[in-house]
Design a protein around this ligand. Structure first.
Ligand code: ADE
Ligand code: ZN
Length: 329
């Protein structure tokens, strides 16, 4: 039995496994530019974030109906549950679907068909986080938030993702203010490929409560001190960092030093179908390659539940934390 954990950094579109992509392509009459799943997998050799994003957005062409989004989420939740995930806060990228003529309602209702029964089917509680694409305009983000209006009872928060460098967080000040006024929680990718200044800006200008990745924070000791002092959770994704060449090898990952510095780190999978592993695989990899102690692994699992948006269900958080404390390696 893997240690219980929450997954806080997971793009649902990044869980599209090649087999399901071909199944959905056939169902929807979409022709993929790869002869088979093996050829598609071979294309998963990325140089950087952008080379991954190009493939990631391209493959979304197979997602068209509510049932497609339901099947996608259901497949993720089954895999996550098998790896000890008890709670998942799931990102989705509506602009990438709206641009293809797929409506917000199709995406949210489809995902919700799986998320709404996930506790009963998979034993996994869920939250949904709408991400804005930072390489699109601030106006487009505002229109996207407006389009989500009828579905806000199903959406816990907003995030910011896609190509980071050249798209600093401050561009999205107004839409984050509007999201906060609607009672939505706020997170943002920052410091993945972008500089530590983007992390500071996400905190100060967007008011984020968690930083997604935040890896390059380690370059700025004053920022590290602040993140420690303010107990800001970082949602790290070690296997993603290796595949997108943010670190040279997993052995070079700064996670042990970050824990040592007192940062509130969590370990997540980002886009597991593309990066070689789900949440439990990321835990196993950092444990074996970085030589983390059992107590560090337990700290990572505890942090994931402490950092989860479970403020409306503290009893559940306490139950999950008790499961972590009782876990025998
Ligand atoms: N969208 C999906 N995965 C992402 C990542 N790792 N960084 C930025 N945007 C993303
Ligand atoms: Zn991400």
């Amino acid at each position: 039995m893997p240690i219980p954990k929450a997954e806080l950094h997971l793009h649902i579109e990044g869980t599209l496994e090649p087999e399901l992509a071909f199944e959905l392509a056939a169902r929807n009459g979409v022709t993929l530019p790869y002869p088979d799943t093996a050829a598609l997998r071979e294309a998963y050799a990325f140089d950087d974030l952008q080379s991954f994003l190009d493939l990631y957005y391209g493959l979304m062409a197979v997602l068209r109906t509510e049932r497609d989004f339901e099947d996608l989420a259901d497949a993720y939740l089954a895999r996550a549950a098998a790896q000890g995930v008890r709670h998942a806060e799931i990102f989705f990228d509506p602009q990438a679907h709206l641009a293809r003529g797929v409506a917000m309602g199709t995406v949210v209702e489809g995902l919700w068909r799986a998320l709404g029964r996930s506790e009963a089917t998979h034993g996994v509680s869920t939250r949904l986080i709408l991400c804005f694409l930072r390489d699109e305009s601030a106006d487009s983000a505002a229109r996207t938030l407006a389009a989500a209006g009828p579905y806000l009872d199903r959406i816990t928060g907003v995030g910011l993702d896609s190509a980071e460098v050249g798209h600093p967080p401050a561009k999205f000040r107004a839409v984050y203010e509007a999201a906060a006024a609607l009672g939505l929680r706020r997170v943002a990718h920052a410091g993945e490929e972008g500089p530590p200044e983007y992390v500071t800006e996400a905190l100060d200008v967007l008011g984020v409560e968690r930083v997604d990745h935040g890896l390059r924070s380690v370059e700025d000791p004053a920022l590290v001190a602040r993140l420690v002092r303010e107990r800001i959770p970082l949602t790290l994704c070690p296997l993603s960092n290796v595949r997108l060449r943010t670190v040279d090898t997993l052995a070079d990952h700064p996670l042990p030093a970050m824990l040592e510095a007192g940062l509130m780190c969590t370990v997540n999978s980002d886009d597991p179908a593309y990066f070689g592993g789900y949440a439990g695989d990321n835990f196993d990899a950092v444990r074996s390659v970085l030589g983390l102690t059992e107590e560090s692994v337990r700290e990572l699992a505890r942090n994931s539940f402490v950092a989860a948006f479970l403020d409306d269900d503290e009893e559940r958080r306490a139950r999950y934390l008790a499961e972590v404390d009782a876990y025998v390696f």
